[in-house]
Write a protein that binds this ligand. Structure first.
Ligand SMILES: C[S@@+](CC[C@H](N)C(=O)[O-])C[C@H]1O[C@@H](n2cnc3c(N)ncnc32)[C@H](O)[C@@H]1O
Ligand code: SF4
Length: 452
């Protein structure tokens, strides 16, 4: 092959850009050699607060983990340890405050509005006033805290009126109390230390102190439960007139005593799947007949009470995680802090991110998350909200599945909203999983990067 020779074919003299302009989008675009592209996006759009730009403009939410308990319950899968000394908690609080400063500075969070704060555990109500005040003062120093929902988890045996007063003075406005059962034998068989009477007393103390929205947690599927003990427990829970009543299905995680003794070695009897469905069905009947409304598929409320923190988490708002083992989300990155308290603390004290693992969400993961956590869990979910967020109507993508869910009585297919029937509420996570995985499969032809 011969050598390539470039033939310059405009020997007539200089080129006039005006004569070679293009007509684009109704405008005449003269040819220009002014630009000299070496990168994209152009540097003039880059800013020094780009970490903060990872975060959504609506504001942030904060989760703080307090991993200390006065008892270790046989069903509990959360990261926690038995409280042994004051120093143990003091050291933890010290590291927590260092972490708040470090993360806020690293991600330029000081100006971001805080929509909700959730102090969970473990048992946050084991903290003393000086310990909690130190955390709250640090939060105020490094975050923009105006009037967020400020939720605090408590255990019936670990607080008093005095504690509630200083919690309120610190800005806490929601108490979520773990009760699990109002049957003394069921409580005892879970290795909890309080009695039903103490739990009732504690709920009353919170209500009498005032200034808090109150939620109580019950667990369906505990050891020693019978239909009559369950009915009595639900009736007692409803009588307490709390703003919210959450009923979790007890899951037997591998790191719990109930897993070892109930699932693995079968030393103890746990209610089976059919039994648990009957319990939850009965709980719904009692709650509805007593005038409670539904906030999510497993939480009942009165007068529109809600959990801002939980809803914001489900809707995918950014979450800043503080404390060992806590989960957070910044932009499309989900992350979890180190589980081991000394390892987490050492990282923080060395001014290093204490992260143990991360997951980077693709656009499709975000769709699945929205459908899995919001569409059914919030039992009525506007289609417009989904279209505004993702640009398409998922009902159109999976018409057969929507028809089946309607025909089999899980949802009422109205044009504007996904609304669960009672059966759909009982099987809420099944409905959301069906919708989410069907949408995922409908995308399958060009599918990349789905998490599950
Ligand atoms: C971290 S605990 C905090 C409450 C406080 N430590 C207490 O026990 O009173 C939060 C809630 O998680 C729920 N929970 C714990 N283990 C669970 C499990 N295996 N399955 C479902 N929910 C569980 C319980 O209802 C508990 O009230
Ligand atoms: S349920 Fe509460 S008190 Fe019991 S181990 Fe879990 S966090 Fe601790």
């Amino acid at each position: 092959m011969g050598k390539f020779e470039y033939k310059y074919d405009n020997p007539e003299g200089p080129v006039d850009p005006a004569t070679i302009s293009l007509h684009i989008d109704g405008r005449q675009e003269p040819a220009t050699r002014e630009e000299f592209y070496t990168n994209y996006p152009f540097y003039k759009y880059w800013t020094s607060d780009s970490n903060a730009r990872l975060l959504s403009p609506e504001g942030i939410n904060i989760y703080i983990h307090i991993p200390f308990c006065i008892q270790i319950c046989d069903y509990c899968f959360y990261m926690k340890e038995l409280i042994k000394s004051k120093d143990q908690v003091e050291d933890y609080v010290e590291s927590l405050c260092m972490e708040i400063k470090m993360i806020s500075e690293r991600y330029s969070l000081a100006g971001k509005k805080v929509n909700s704060i959730y102090v969970g555990g473990g048992t946050p109500s084991v903290l003393t006033e000086p310990q909690f005040r130190k955390v709250v003062e640090t939060l105020h120093k490094y975050h923009r805290i105006e009037d967020p929902e400020f939720a605090f988890e408590a255990e019936p045996g670990t607080f008093s009126r005095n504690k509630l007063e200083w919690l309120r003075a610190c800005g806490v406005n929601r108490i979520s109390m773990g009760v699990q059962s109002f049957d003394d034998e069921v409580i005892r068989l879970s290795s909890r230390k309080h009695t039903a009477a103490q739990a009732i007393n504690s709920i009353r103390t919170v209500q009498d102190t005032g200034g808090f929205e109150v939620n109580i947690d019950l667990l369906s599927g505990l050891a020693g439960e019978s239909m009559s003990s369950w009915e009595a427990s639900i009736a007692t829970a409803v009588q307490q007139q709390t703003d919210m009543l959450t009923i979790y299905k007890m899951k037997t995680y591998a790191n719990t005593v109930f897993f070892k003794k109930g699932v693995h070695s079968k030393e103890i009897d746990l209610p089976g799947e059919t039994q648990e469905i009957a319990y939850m069905q009965r709980a719904m009947e009692i709650c509805f007949s007593e005038g409670l409304d539904l906030w999510s598929t497993f939480a009942f409320n009165r007068k529109g009470a809600q959990s801002v923190y939980i809803e914001n988490t489900w809707r995918g708002e950014d979450m800043i995680a503080y404390g060992a083992s806590s989960f957070g989300k910044i932009g499309s990155i989900n992350y979890q802090n180190l589980n081991n308290i000394p390892a987490w603390s050492e990282k923080v004290r060395n001014n290093t991110m204490p992260v143990y693992r991360t997951f980077s969400m693709t656009y499709k993961d975000m769709i699945v998350k929205e459908l899995l956590l919001c569409a059914a869990r919030l039992f009525s979910y506007s289609k417009k909200e989904f279209v505004d967020k993702f640009g398409f109507d998922y009902f159109c993508l999976i018409p057969d599945v929507i028809d089946q869910l309607t025909d089999k009585g899980y949802i009422t297919n109205d044009k504007e909203e996904l609304v669960l029937t009672r059966q759909g509420i009982l099987f809420g996570d099944f409905v959301s999983k069906t919708i989410a995985s069907s949408v995922k499969n409908a995308f399958a032809r060009d599918s990349i990067g789905f998490a599950y």
